[in-house]
Design a protein around this ligand. Structure first.
Ligand SMILES: NC(=O)c1ccc[n+]([C@@H]2O[C@H](COP(=O)([O-])OP(=O)(O)OC[C@H]3O[C@@H](n4cnc5c(N)ncnc54)[C@H](OP(=O)(O)O)[C@@H]3O)[C@@H](O)[C@H]2O)c1
Length: 296
């Protein structure tokens, strides 16, 4: 299968491209070609924030996986234009190109942040709740790109993956799980709202990669939550990181309970592929050596 992946130099993209390259013909869209690359991948340099038309894109493609997102997605309003260009404008251009190039599958990376936060696991049928806050613009762009993509579902299957807290080797230090690991490693206190902090079900990057790979083979369409198999508090997460690093975490508790960010993954389990990486094992690889992911 010929698969076009955007954001191929990003956290999930790097793992995905390495895994797909073994069994698929991969076209990896990047702003700059990475130095260490898996063999057998066609690298295409393209900046979605620039007005330049694409060059060197294949004329025919079987599947498109759109992972690219602005590196400045938290920086509203200063980087609003970049967030829009990479999140929404690029989605529109990719959908249009996918149609012209004969794609039979489109996979759009979205975020579990669209549900807001609350005490029970969020289902795909729950309403989107974008409240005020620093990520509000980014969430609006993600939701808008979902809505654009849904319009194309009459032309080819469109799988919208709402990802909840991916983690693993090589994650950017600003992301929640990477920050927790770094705090425990350096002895900085982990801040908890309430006694144990919020509850989450983070997904190991290798499980996220398996979900995307599965979408390519099944004609999956619709919204899918992508999260891990275990629901844990931040205190428990930090304790398990401590076990992986052989360091006891320290905590600071702040008043007021935070709201949980938990995905219901029944649909993922039923229709795509269940996440299999237990947190203890996932944290061991996230804190140490890189894993290799094999996809069928
Ligand atoms: N990781 C998570 O926990 C999580 C959670 C929810 C949703 N998601 C979604 O999953 C997707 C992948 O996440 P990630 O963590 O792998 O993201 P990431 O590590 O931040 O990677 C972002 C990718 O987008 C590329 N990019 C940024 N600006 C670009 C531009 N102007 N033109 C072309 N490419 C551009 C980056 O390229 P450069 O290397 O050149 O900067 C990089 O390859 C994203 O859409 C994200 O919203 C992830």
């Amino acid at each position: 299968m010929r698969v076009f992946v955007t954001g191929a130099s990003g956290f999930i993209g790097r793992h995905l491209v390495a895994a797909l390259a073994e069994t698929h013909q991969v076209f990896a869209a990047v702003r700059r070609r990475p130095i260490e690359v898996p063999s057998g991948v066609t690298w295409i340099e393209h900046d979605f924030a620039a007005a330049t038309p694409p060059t060197g894109w294949p004329t025919a493609i079987d599947a498109v996986v759109h992972l690219a997102q602005s590196r400045h997605y938290r920086a509203f309003p200063e980087q609003a234009s970049d967030i829009y260009s990479v999140g929404l404008d690029a989605t529109m251009r990719l959908l249009d190109w996918a149609r012209a190039a004969g794609a039979r599958q489109f996979v759009l990376a979205s975020t579990g942040g669209l549900y807001g936060a609350g005490p029970r696991p969020f289902r795909e049928s729950d309403p989107v709740a974008i409240g005020p806050g620093p990520l509000s613009f980014y969430f609006t762009v993600k939701r808008s790109s979902e809505m654009l993509a849904e319009q194309f579902a009459s032309l080819f299957p469109v799988a919208i993956l709402r990802i909840f807290f991916a983690y693993g080797h090589g994650q950017a230090p600003s992301m929640l799980m990477a920050r927790l690991i770094e705090s425990v490693r350096t002895g900085d206190p982990v801040r908890l709202h309430g006694k144990d902090g919020i509850r989450i079900n983070p997904v190991h990057v290798s499980d996220a990669v398996r979900v995307i790979a599965r979408c390519l083979g099944t004609g999956a369409s619709g919204v899918f939550n992508v999260a891990g198999p275990e629901i844990v508090s931040l205190r428990e997460t930090a304790m398990r990181i401590g076990a992986a690093l052989d360091r006891a975490p320290c905590f600071v508790t702040e008043p007021g309970a935070g709201a949980d960010l938990i995905a219901d993954i029944d649909r993922l389990r039923r229709e795509l592929v269940p996440p299999t990486v237990a947190l203890r094992e996932g944290l061991r690889t996230a804190c140490g050596a890189p894993p290799s992911v094999r996809v069928p």
